[in-house]
Design a protein around this ligand. Structure first.
Ligand SMILES: Cc1ncc(C[n+]2csc(CCOP(=O)(O)OP(=O)(O)O)c2C)c(N)n1
Length: 332
């Protein structure tokens, strides 16, 4: 059992730096665009954004390959993008269009794409945890080397299923990584008011699961910890829990008045912006130039804008399609 903070920072090659940067900026721009559309009354539904948490999604998924599997939550845009979800299909889904990932029926909270290993976002807190364990069980049974990752917030620790799955996955040495994004709040409740231990990582020890506490705003720290966890899983040594300490810049949902926290707290975390920190690091060390990063920014901004414009211009999914693909057991 090892619980500790990551101290040694690995260096990063230019190709990896570009990829990590591109992923984080795509998440940032996709969600900023969604926030603006929502604020302007142009996007339907309910939005939970992960602005400020981009390094977790990018760092973890950079270690996974296309066949590995993830489950995520109501705050899952970033994980889907980092795992290979396309912004066009996601934007169309947010707009409720038939061209969206789930034919416009899932909205923001249930996006899935099994072609790239996204088993689904899930609005039930803790709901993705047993699904990931099932996927890991299947991977182990087929001995195909795949690893399952479950992303969830620290609020999910209050769900019984978290403990059931930790127990069984340790018992069966499942190839699974539990990635807890501890962003300090479950809805409107500070973690100190809903968690009995100081860290989520403390809950791994009773089940004999190794855990690491990671700076969730440092994409390279997240990547390094994930590499260790995924390697263990692929070697057949079972689960690992990674607690990534981070912070969400926006409210629990768009429109949340956020009376439960101070502007000062948020602004302090904004100084630790994962993207700006990474930018400074790779430009100062000469891995990549500011001009190259700006070019990447421009290209991503353009592709997100085009995706939004395209998706908004499509007609809404037809009402009749709501009952298509619904299992009734009856012959049609
Ligand atoms: C089983 C269940 N209980 C309650 C809710 C209502 N709910 C939605 S999000 C949320 C808090 C989730 O907090 P956390 O797991 O820390 O994730 P975060 O929103 O911080 O990403 C709650 C209680 C729910 N969706 N599902």
């Amino acid at each position: 059992m090892s619980v500790g903070t990551t101290v040694n920072q690995p260096s990063v090659a230019a190709r990896d730096a570009v990829s990590l940067y591109r992923t984080m900026v795509t998440i940032r721009m996709f969600e900023q665009k969604a926030a603006a559309l929502f604020a302007g009354g142009r996007l339907p539904g309910f939005l939970h954004l992960s602005l400020g948490q981009e390094a977790v999604a990018a760092g973890v998924c950079s270690v996974l390959d296309g066949r590995d599997l993830i489950t995520t939550t109501h705050r899952g845009h970033g994980h889907c993008i980092a795992k290979g979800g396309e912004v066009e299909g996601m934007m169309a889904e947010l707009f409720g269009r038939a061209e969206g990932y789930c034919k416009g029926r899932s909205g923001s909270m249930h996006i899935m794409d099994t072609n790239v290993g996204i088993l689904g976002a899930n609005a039930i807190v803790g709901g993705g945890i047993p699904m990931a364990a099932g996927a890991a069980f299947s991977a182990r049974a087929q001995n195909d080397g795949r690893v399952a990752v479950s992303f969830f917030g620290e609020g999910a620790v209050a769900e019984g299923v978290f403990h059931e799955v930790l127990n069984l996955s340790a018992l069966w040495a499942l190839p699974i990584v539990f990635v807890v994004e501890n962003n300090g709040y479950a809805e409107l409740t500070h973690v100190s008011k809903h968690l009995s231990a100081e860290n989520v990582a403390d809950f791994a020890a009773p089940y004999g699961i190794p855990a690491e506490i990671v700076d969730g705003n440092d994409v390279l720290a997240v990547q390094g910890a994930t590499e260790r966890a995924v390697n263990r899983a692929r070697r057949g040594e079972g689960p690992t829990l990674l607690e990534c300490k981070t912070y969400r810049w926006h409210g629990h949902f768009e429109g949340d008045p956020q009376k439960y926290r101070s502007v000062q707290e948020r602004d302090e975390w904004k100084l630790r912006d994962p993207i700006l920190q990474f930018r400074a690091r790779v430009t100062e060390s000469g891995v990549i130039s500011v001009a190259e990063l700006e070019e990447i920014d421009d290209r991503i901004k353009d592709s997100v804008e085009r995706a939004a414009e395209w998706a908004e211009g499509l007609p809404p999914a037809p009402i009749e399609s709501l009952v298509q693909d619904v299992y009734t057991g009856a012959e049609s």
